[in-house]
Ligand binder design. Structure first.
Ligand code: ADP
Ligand code: C5P
Length: 244
C-alpha cells in the first residue's frame, strides 16, 4: 500500500522524557469461555515484552461467617461480589508505573489468603481479565482495547462442570444448581450487555488463532509507536492514512 498523507496535524515534538504509559487490555466473556486461555496465548506471543495479567477473580470479597452458612445462596456472578474500588486502584497504580500487591483468592474456601499477595511490577502491557471487567465505566475507561471472548453456552457449561468438579472442589449438582440460579441469569443481565463496549469479539476463544494473531499484531504496533518515541525524540508527528 502507498501511504497517502491526507492531513497534517500541527507538528508536535514527541517527548522522550514523558513516562511511558502501559497499554491496558480488557478481556471479558462468560464463565469458562476461554478468557484465561486467550490471555495466556497473547502473553506467550508477546514474550519479548513485559506483560502482566490481572484476574478480576483476585478481587472477590471474602465471605463473612454468616454468608458462609448460606453459601449456596450467594451470587458470585453479581457485580457486588467484587471489590471494584480495590481493582480500580490496582489498575490505576499499574498504569501509572507503580508495582502492586494483588490478593490471592481461594475458590474452595471462598476467602482471600490473609497473609500472602502476588507482587505485580510495572510493565508494558496490562491485561485485565474477568466476567465483569467491562461493567464499571471507570474500569472500562482505563482500557485501550477491549476484547470479548464469545463461546457457546453449552460448551462453557460443559467446561465449567469439568473445571469446578476437578479444580474447585464442587460436586456436579451444586455446579448445575449455581449455574441455573445465578451464573446464567447474571450472564444475561450483566455480562452480555457489556459486550457492546468491546472493540473485538473472538468467536471460539483459544481455538481462534487468526483473531489472536491479529490482536497481537495490533498490540505490537501500539508498543512500536512508543519505542519510536524513545529512539527518535526530536521527530515530529505527521498523521496520515494508508490506502489499501
Ligand atoms: P475462563 O478464564 O473464561 O474461565 P479458561 O480459559 O480458564 O476460561 O478455560 C476454562 C476451562 O476450559 C479450562 O479448563 C480450560 O482448560 C478449558 N478450555 C479453554 N479453552 C479451551 C479450548 N479451546 N478447548 C478445550 N478446552 C478449553
Ligand atoms: O474463571 P471464571 O470466569 O469462570 O470465574 C468466574 C466464575 O467463578 C463465576 O461465574 C462464579 O460463579 C464462580 N465463582 C465460584 N465460587 C467462588 C467465586 C466465583 O463458583 N467462590
Amino acid at each position: 500500500p502507498t501511504p497517502t498523507p491526507t492531513h497534517f496535524s500541527t507538528p508536535t515534538p514527541l517527548d522522550s522524557t514523558a513516562p511511558k504509559q502501559p497499554f491496558v487490555i480488557g478481556v471479558s466473556g462468560g464463565t469458562a469461555s476461554g478468557k484465561t486461555t486467550v490471555c495466556d496465548m497473547i502473553i506467550q506471543q508477546l514474550h519479548d515484552h513485559r506483560v502482566v495479567l490481572i484476574n478480576q477473580d483476585s478481587f472477590y470479597r471474602g465471605l463473612t461467617l454468616e454468608e458462609m452458612k448460606h453459601v449456596h445462596e450467594y451470587n458470585f456472578d453479581h457485580p457486588d461480589a467484587f471489590d471494584t474500588e480495590q481493582l480500580l486502584e490496582c489498575v490505576e497504580k499499574l498504569k501509572s508505573g507503580m508495582s502492586v500487591q494483588v490478593p490471592i483468592y481461594d475458590f474452595k474456601t471462598h476467602q482471600r489468603c490473609s497473609d500472602s499477595f502476588r507482587q505485580v511490577n510495572a510493565s508494558d502491557v496490562i491485561i485485565l481479565e474477568g466476567i465483569l471487567v467491562f461493567h464499571d465505566v471507570r474500569v472500562r475507561n482505563l482500557m485501550s482495547m477491549k476484547i470479548f471472548v464469545d463461546t457457546d453456552a453449552d460448551v462453557r457449561l460443559a467446561r465449567r462442570i469439568r473445571r469446578d468438579t476437578v479444580e474447585r472442589g464442587r460436586d456436579i449438582n451444586s455446579v448445575l444448581e449455581q449455574y441455573a440460579k445465578f451464573v446464567k441469569p447474571a450472564f444475561d443481565d450483566f455480562v452480555l450487555p457489556s459486550k457492546k463496549y468491546t472493540d473485538v469479539i473472538i468467536p471460539r476463544g483459544g481455538d481462534n488463532h487468526v483473531a489472536i494473531d491479529l490482536i497481537v499484531q495490533h498490540i505490537r504496533t501500539k508498543l512500536g509507536q512508543h519505542d519510536l518515541c524513545k529512539i527518535y525524540p526530536n521527530v515530529y508527528v505527521i498523521q496520515s492514512t494508508f490506502q489499501i
